[in-house]
Design a protein around this ligand. Structure first.
Ligand SMILES: Cc1cc2nc3c(=O)[nH]c(=O)nc-3n(C[C@H](O)[C@H](O)[C@H](O)COP(=O)(O)OP(=O)(O)OC[C@H]3O[C@@H](n4cnc5c(N)ncnc54)[C@H](O)[C@@H]3O)c2cc1C
Length: 389
């Protein structure tokens, strides 16, 4: 078995080949130039949109591909395995799930076909705030009902891709935290049309260690129509939660794709690079970290597949989705670190793309949920240990 076939999965061959072919038009030079300039990969996102891949999870009746989550996960895996960066657009796949599951017929008919065709972009998801962080229940952005409108005031942080999106899914408080109630009661979710926001929304880019188009967003009494509300007022957190398993599974799949890229790159280099008169890969000290990264990736991949299968069967996959995300994010970073080590000095050279992918894949141990919070979920909800916060 050669290196590339060892890290290639044969399932969903047609989807894999289609994505790989598209990605071959966006080689390392393309991503390096964007990374240096901190620019958004517009051409790549347009190509994915035109090919229909970003509408994978939108049902066919709304003009999407109507794929299973397992197939959508394969798309994201192949993007990363090809050395590209799906972070520029992955949200479009899972954000619309909230609209699909909890939106009114009118909202679905209005937005989903436009998103599927690429005429509208729903790339931004505003949850995190500077003071609340992981503690979503304490977020402060408030949407006050005023006649036929809501008036939004507050601030979000780390709202990625918002400057490249027409629509934003926004989680805001519509009622103060009630004493004795659940901390997340009173949160509502809105689909905000950013094209009509004018100067009531200010977007400030945040420069980060990787090219991620992330920002701070300020709402200064932004008036939005009352029919921007998705589902019932005060139940927004539940609606968002139902999409989080899909988000975790897709991001875990991206991490598996990253790990495959690092492993293939390292194994190829270890076979070619000759030092002390023999390939460095002949030394077990070089072989073993590559083999270990491979085993770890394969284990994570199984968990991703299991989580996606359960999701597609409509079963509760909270445990598997969380474990898949944690194991895959750890596995991709282990592979990234191994890949740098295998390449020696060249691992740090921009033109090898390893240092860029190393920076990019590190994010997934923190966002969209950090490892500690996953461990806490498993401890409390799966193992029945006492609640810690
Ligand atoms: C590049 C980037 C893009 C992002 N994109 C988006 C986006 O598009 N939309 C969005 O809404 N958010 C986004 N985020 C936010 C991301 O989801 C949060 O950064 C993440 O959930 C962690 O929250 P925090 O940064 O506020 O960390 P904090 O909540 O401040 O936590 C800091 C550290 O403390 C740990 N910690 C906190 N509480 C506990 C506890 N009780 N027990 C154990 N450990 C704990 C955490 O695990 C973490 O490691 C993005 C973040 C980044 C960096």
């Amino acid at each position: 078995m050669n290196v590339s076939s060892a890290v290639r999965d044969e399932s969903f061959r047609e989807v894999r080949d289609g994505v790989a072919k598209l990605c071959s038009r966006f080689p390392g030079e393309y991503w390096r130039a964007l990374d240096r300039a901190a620019e958004y990969p517009r051409d790549f996102v347009s190509a994915l949109t035109e090919a229909g891949y970003l509408s994978a999870l939108i049902p066919e009746e709304y003009g999407g591909l109507g794929m299973s989550l397992r197939e959508a996960a394969v798309i994201m895996e192949e993007i990363q395995r090809a050395g590209c960066n799906g972070a520029a657009c992955h949200a479009q796949m899972y954000i619309m799930g909230t609209l699909l599951r909890h939106g009114s017929e009118a909202q679905k008919a209005r937005y989903l076909p436009e998103i599927a065709s690429g005429r509208l972009r729903l790339q931004a998801f505003g949850v995190t705030e500077p003071t609340s962080g992981t503690d979503t229940g304490s977020l402060k952005t408030f949407a006050r009902r005023d006649g036929d409108s809501y008036v939004v005031r507050g601030q979000k942080i780390w709202t990625s891709r918002v400057a490249h999106s027409d629509l934003m899914l926004l989680l805001a408080r519509t009622a103060p935290q009630a004493e004795g109630g659940k901390r997340t009661d009173g949160l509502s979710v809105f689909v905000v049309d950013l094209r009509q926001a004018g100067d009531r929304v200010t977007i400030r880019p945040i420069r980060t260690m990787m090219n991620h188009s992330t920002t701070e967003v300020f709402f200064d009494d932004l008036r939005i129509p009352a029919d921007s509300l998705i589902g019932e007022e005060g139940k927004g957190f539940r609606y968002i939660l139902s999409g989080m398993n899909a988000e975790r599974i897709l991001i875990a799949s991206e991490c598996v794709g990253d790990a495959k890229w690092f492993i293939a790159k390292a194994a190829a280099y270890a076979g070619e690079r000759v030092v002390f008169g023999r390939p460095i890969g002949q030394n077990q000290g070089v072989q073993f970290p590559i083999a270990r990264a491979y085993a770890s990736m394969r284990a994570a991949e199984l968990m991703v597949e299991r989580a996606a299968e359960k999701f597609d069967q409509g079963l509760d996959c909270g445990q598997e989705a969380n474990m898949a995300k944690m194991l895959a994010a750890e596995s991709s970073f282990e592979a990234a670190n191994m890949c740098i080590q295998t390449h020696g000095g060249f691992g740090f050279a921009e033109e090898f793309d390893i240092e860029r992918k190393f920076r990019e894949t590190r994010l997934y141990q923190v966002a969209p949920i950090s490892t500690n919070l996953i461990l806490s979920y498993l401890a409390e909800h799966v193992l029945g240990l006492p609640r810690s916060f």
